[in-house]
Design a protein. Structure first.
Length: 226
């Protein structure tokens, strides 16, 4: 158990919620609306890539050139427009086990809660809004801050200190994520990580990735003192 944590950082997709493919659907609709192409982002992106990386790689693959600033701006706007619709209409959208009970409990216990995600900041809040989870998170590091997950984790740490009004040492943070990339990014940013085997990766895979602790879900006791 660790009792000295101040700020807890959470990944979104696969850790807090499942959007049932709403992200991919919104990209497909955006490309169709602008270019008449039903883009399949899974063909051009990898797990853990940030939203801007996904957009640029898919655009370049489908249209044969890098997007201009104007083209990129229009694509991101269309994607945000359709993301809200896709999230609202996703039959399989759900909050993962333990999350709805855990977050208010952590707030009551006095922890600062933040997000670390490859989503654009606006996209992150659209995804969380359906479950009314935005209210728990006072800060975050997003794909709109950096294409590098280590750097956006560090941004989240800096923003935590801004919210707290004082510096927060790295050892006072704890990160939660469902993929090996989450574990790697946390460690490279100098903080400990809890792997949560709530989506695609197993307890064994997350342990092998070097997670400091591994949970089957967020229903299980956290490595925090009561």
């Amino acid at each position: 158990m660790t009792s000295d944590k101040v700020a807890l950082l959470f990944d979104i997709d696969g850790t807090l919620i499942i959007t049932d493919g709403a992200g991919a659907t919104s990209w497909k609709l955006a490309f169709m609306d602008l270019y008449g192409i039903p883009a399949d982002i899974d063909k051009y992106s990898d797990t853990g890539m940030t939203d801007p990386e996904v957009a640029r790689r898919t655009f370049t693959a489908l249209l044969g050139h890098n997007p201009s600033p104007g083209e990129f701006s229009r694509l991101l706007e269309r994607r945000m427009h359709f993301l809200g619709q896709a999230v609202d209409e996703a039959d399989g959208y759900h909050v993962l086990p333990g999350v709805e009970a855990l977050l208010p409990k952590l707030i009551h216990q006095g922890y600062l809660l933040g997000l670390v995600t490859g989503n654009l900041e606006a996209a992150a809040h659209i995804k969380l809004a359906r479950a009314r989870l935005n209210r728990f998170f006072a800060f975050g590091g997003y794909g709109s801050d950096s294409p590098d997950r280590v750097a956006l984790t560090q941004v989240a740490m800096q923003r935590a200190a801004m919210v707290a009004g004082e510096p927060i040492a790295a050892e006072k943070f704890l990160s939660f994520g469902d993929t090996p990339n989450d574990v790697i990014a946390a460690h490279q940013a100098g903080i400990e990580c809890v792997g949560v085997a709530s989506h695609k990766y197993s307890v064994t895979e997350l342990r092998d990735a070097g997670a400091d602790w591994v949970l089957g879900s967020l229903e299980e006791p956290l490595p925090l003192s009561p």
